[in-house]
Design a protein around this ligand. Structure first.
Ligand code: PLP
Length: 260
């Protein structure tokens, strides 16, 4: 019996760059069996998200129930959840699972398309942060979750405190969106544990899915039995290597690579 199983709950990216497709590639690279619960389908390439279609609530919850009724899933992550209804249904199901839950609060694509309705930010705060073992916002997402306008390292630490106050057990704020914070991510947990994870900045245009890939790698390492801090440390190294191996497949930013 193979028992290293992880689950990604998120959106399908038809271009194979981000979302569920990126997560499954990441799990595979870590030799973790990946399951997926699709929340919505996007028509997407490297330059645009052309359309987004959410799945029916019953189709969503049925995917979750079917997986957990048979598989011993060791960890899970969420990605694109789009709207209130999907967040509500997902949070209700996830509440009862005591495995590590990583919440990647995906809001906007690199190409500027909304992947979360504005009205759904409150549902994230109320329903998903309180059940999160780790939340992994970028600067833009951290601003919205903590009602701040982050400009520097001090603001990042302040934002992390606010996110912990909303109920998350731990938060990892990705600094890459700020000029001087590339490769620097700040971790804070509910017990006051804190740490700056600092990695080499890899200068490439092909960063499509770097956010999804980081949260999927953390989830994957947790499925392999590593603790949270070890999983983050290993995932940062994984991302550095995947960015070095990233490649272009269309006219816009390409995905991270795990092939070498
Ligand atoms: N599409 C889907 C389905 C996603 O889940 C995400 C991010 O998580 C994106 C697109 C955005 O990826 P990027 O920010 O690299 O454009």
């Amino acid at each position: 019996m193979y028992s290293n199983i992880a689950l990604s709950i998120g959106g399908s990216d038809s271009g194979g760059g981000a979302g569920i497709q990126a997560d499954l590639r990441t799990f595979m690279a870590l030799k973790v069996h990946g399951c997926s619960v699709i929340t919505c389908v996007t028509a997407q390439n490297s330059v645009q998200v052309k359309c987004v279609e959410p799945l029916k609530k019953d189709t969503l919850t049925s995917q979750i129930d079917t997986l957990f009724s048979d598989f011993d899933i060791k960890s899970l992550k969420t990605g694109m959840l789009l709207n209130d209804s999907i967040i509500n249904a997902t949070a209700l199901k996830l509440k009862s699972f005591s495995i590590p839950k990583i919440i990647d609060p995906v809001m906007v694509s690199r190409t500027g398309s909304k992947l979360l309705e504005d009205s759904a930010i409150n549902a994230y705060k109320k329903l998903l942060l309180p059940i999160a073992d780790l939340v992994t916002p970028n600067i833009f997402e951290a601003n919205l979750l903590s009602n701040l306008d982050i400009k520097n390292q001090v603001d990042i630490e302040q934002s992390a405190k606010s996110i912990i106050k909303l109920g998350a057990k731990a938060v990892l704020i990705k600094g890459g969106g700020l000029k001087d914070m590339k490769g620097r991510d700040f971790y804070l947990d509910v017990n006051g544990g804190k740490k700056w994870f600092i990695n080499k900045f890899i200068n490439t245009q092909n960063t499509h899915c770097s956010g999804c890939t980081l949260s999927a790698a953390i989830c994957g390492y947790q499925a392999l039995g590593f603790d949270l801090i070890e999983s983050i440390q290993k995932s940062k190294i994984f991302i550095e290597r995947s960015l070095k191996n990233s490649y272009q497949i269309g006219s816009g930013p390409g995905p991270l690579g795990h092939y070498q």
